[in-house]
Ligand binder design. Structure first.
Ligand code: G4F
Length: 325
């Protein structure tokens, strides 16, 4: 009998990690995921698949544990989602962000190079490497220009992947990911903050929603579409980097308007603009051109802006109602 393909996922408890784990199980993979030691992470998104996956403890700041994990499991594919991924925190903790988000990629790549050099590696890179973009829409060739410690840390990982590919011939890819959302998005990110709080307001559990810059624009896609693209990247003939994006931007104001309309409310009655949520530097028009991913891999996003909001609002209605019960 042919051996099952296997994958190791860092950040398996989060949005992308949990969707990817579900998708890989459906494809017949053995899935191993890394969680931080001492039970500090919530496993909610894994509850449906907990019995079908293996969880191991580890930390992006520890080189030794990666070497052990990769030598023990010898995975065919490795996906790196673990990171300090919140832009504002990268200003308050720039060194920690660098250690985890940048050097963590190096530790993982080194472990693969030493223990399983034919494993295929996916790095969750970010549109934040373009920072204040020098071109719109951005392509894989757009000059990089990060404007915050998070973008700089992601750039280190991005360049390391390119260099390990060239230097060692490893099958390593970066997905340059634009914002991608879902009901599993963390509550501190603006989309989920909006859908969760709008639902709470509708159910009488909150009175207002405090936001920063309503005119900031983002290229928002749906997480499950992006996870499908990541797997496709590791299953091509040749390793390469690809932008995953929708090519369309919307403002925070458009998002909040649509979310409140979904529950029959006018956002202007509830939203308070609060300087605390403004960013020191706000990138203008981060919008990606996904043409290469479409042309070379046949990847396209399926879920559009209104549908993303509908799915998030529906899920938050269930989640908040359960809190009430
Ligand atoms: O949801 P956000 O916090 O996401 P951000 O900073 O764009 O980063 C996300 O996407 C990146 C890919 O492009 C990832 F690399 C990164 O890890 C993360 O997943 O903020 C989106 C926009 C910003 O322009 C922000 O200024 O929303 C604006 N915003 C306005 N009010 C707010 C708020 N953002 C947050 N988090 N909270 C607010 O109250």
């Amino acid at each position: 009998m042919a051996k099952k393909p296997s994958a190791f996922i860092t950040g398996i408890t989060g949005q992308d990690g949990s969707y990817l784990a579900e998708m890989l199980l459906e494809k017949g993979y053995d899935v191993v995921g890394m969680v931080r030691p001492h039970g500090v992470e919530r496993l909610d998104f894994l509850s449906a698949i907990e019995d079908e996956i293996t969880l191991v403890e580890g930390d992006l700041q520890d080189q030794h544990n990666f070497i052990e994990i990769i030598s023990d499991f010898k995975p065919d594919e490795v996906y790196n989602f673990a990171a300090q991924s919140f832009v504002p925190v990268s200003w308050s903790q720039p060194v920690l962000t660098g250690d985890i988000t940048a050097l963590g990629v190096g530790r993982l790549l080194e472990a693969i190079r030493i223990s399983k050099p034919d494993a295929k590696f996916f790095q969750a890179s970010s549109s934040e490497i373009f920072g204040d973009p020098l071109q719109e829409p951005q392509t894989e060739e757009t000059p990089i220009n990060p404007r915050n410690p998070y973008g700089i840390a992601k750039l280190f990982g991005h360049m390391l992947v390119k260099n390990y590919r060239n230097q060692y011939g490893m099958y390593a890819c970066s997905g340059i990911l634009y914002n991608h959302e879902s009901p599993r998005r963390g509550l501190k990110f603006v989309t989920r903050k909006i859908t969760y709080t709008a639902t709470k307001i509708k159910l009488g559990m909150a009175n207002e929603l405090r936001l920063g810059n309503l005119d900031a624009r983002r290229d928002w896609g749906y997480a499950e579409d992006y996870v499908r693209g990541m797997w496709m990247m590791l299953n091509q003939d040749v390793a390469d980097d690809y932008i995953l994006s929708t090519g369309v931007t919307h403002s925070v104001r458009e998002f909040v308007d649509a979310a409140f309309r979904y529950v029959g409310l006018n956002y202007e009655d509830y939203v308070v603009v609060d300087e605390r949520f403004y960013r020191p530097v706000e990138p203008h028009q981060l919008v990606g051109n996904p043409a290469k991913a479409k042309e070379k891999m046949g990847w396209e996003p399926n879920v559009g802006f209104e549908e993303i909001i509908k799915r998030m609002m529906e899920a938050d209605f269930v989640a908040v109602s359960q809190e009430l019960a």
